[in-house]
Ligand binder design. Structure first.
Ligand SMILES: Cc1cc2nc3c(=O)[nH]c(=O)nc-3n(C[C@H](O)[C@H](O)[C@H](O)COP(=O)(O)O)c2cc1C
Length: 282
């Protein structure tokens, strides 16, 4: 049986989720959605996974575009697992609507709570020490069910979120592609190009040994958190300043902003276009 999981990840939570599910289901090919969908079709796959974070109460734009262009077998068992912190919004509905146009459906949907890793907007929370073991337990549960090809209806968007989507998300979505205007490097930048290679939207080019951001950013923070010399700095986008202050005060988060990425996912993993997870019978 051919199993393929398409993933998007900025700070490693979703990649860790994809790797662990692949291990649980007896191996799978993991494909980064920064690939060209035409080169990585799922026409001959019996089990197809989509694993990505929730961004702005939805799935990241790159995942949406990728799914729209992906060719697949509508009879396949299709699962989607998203990583998030609090609000799922229309993530599953968006994916299901795209699949429906291809005559396909989500057989299984599950959301995994993780460390909120949007450090350009607010400090990471809750603490890693609590969340990583909790996250692993949630992934185990998902992996066990997917292995058995269980059917699971995906969590719907809550009525409150639906009513407030445009009003609350509008200001963020309007400036999303320009988050990277707040990125810059300091004197520690060695021009190594890690930022360009970990970027899941291929938004960064290295010119004269310095990164140049090309404004099709999703604000995923990969360039910030995986920079080996911590040379990538950022200014919090205007749309986030109030939210940042509110969350930081409410949760009493420290002023010093940790550059969180999932501890088991390293820059070299993030750079890959494909990862083959073989059957390790876990
Ligand atoms: C740009 C951006 C937008 C986000 N929007 C949401 C959101 O709407 N709801 C939510 O619960 N979490 C949101 N988060 C938190 C992420 O979903 C969460 O940290 C996720 O696990 C990150 O996955 P990754 O490590 O694979 O990149 C957002 C994070 C980023 C970077």
């Amino acid at each position: 049986m051919k199993k393929v999981i398409y993933y998007f990840s900025g700070t490693g939570n979703s990649l860790r989720t994809a790797v662990r599910i692949a291990e649980k289901i007896g191996g799978a090919e993991l494909i980064n959605v920064k690939s060209d969908p035409a080169d990585v079709s799922a026409d001959d796959a019996d089990m197809i996974g989509i694993v990505c974070p929730v961004y702005e109460w939805d799935i990241p734009g790159r995942v949406r575009d990728f799914l729209e262009q992906l060719s697949l077998d509508p009879k396949a068992y299709i699962f989607m697992v998203v990583t998030y912190i609090a609000v799922l919004g229309k993530s599953f509905e968006t994916a299901e609507a795209i699949l429906e146009k291809k005559g396909a459906h989500l057989s299984y949907g599950r959301a995994i709570r993780c460390v909120a890793s949007q450090c350009i907007a607010y400090p990471p929370f809750p603490p890693e020490k609590l969340m990583i073991p909790f996250m692993e337990r949630q992934i185990e549960a998902a992996g066990n069910e997917i292995m058995l090809k269980k059917q699971r209806s995906f969590p719907p968007m809550s009525p409150i979120t639906r009513r407030r989507f445009d009003k609350v998300m509008g200001p963020y979505l309007a400036v999303e592609s320009e988050y990277d205007k707040g990125f810059y490097t300091d004197e520690k930048c060695s021009g190594c190009g890690t930022c360009a290679r970990v970027c899941p939207t291929r938004n960064i080019e290295i010119k004269d040994k310095k990164p140049v951001w090309n404004h099709h950013c999703h604000g995923c923070n990969a360039c910030v958190v995986y920079c080996p010399t911590r040379a990538v700095q950022f200014r919090t986008p205007k749309a986030y300043r109030e939210l940042d202050t509110m969350i930081s005060k409410m949760l009493r988060l420290p002023e010093k902003r940790k550059r969180y990425h999932h501890p088991m996912i390293k820059a070299k993993d993030m750079m890959k276009d494909r990862i083959d997870i073989s059957d390790k019978k876990k």
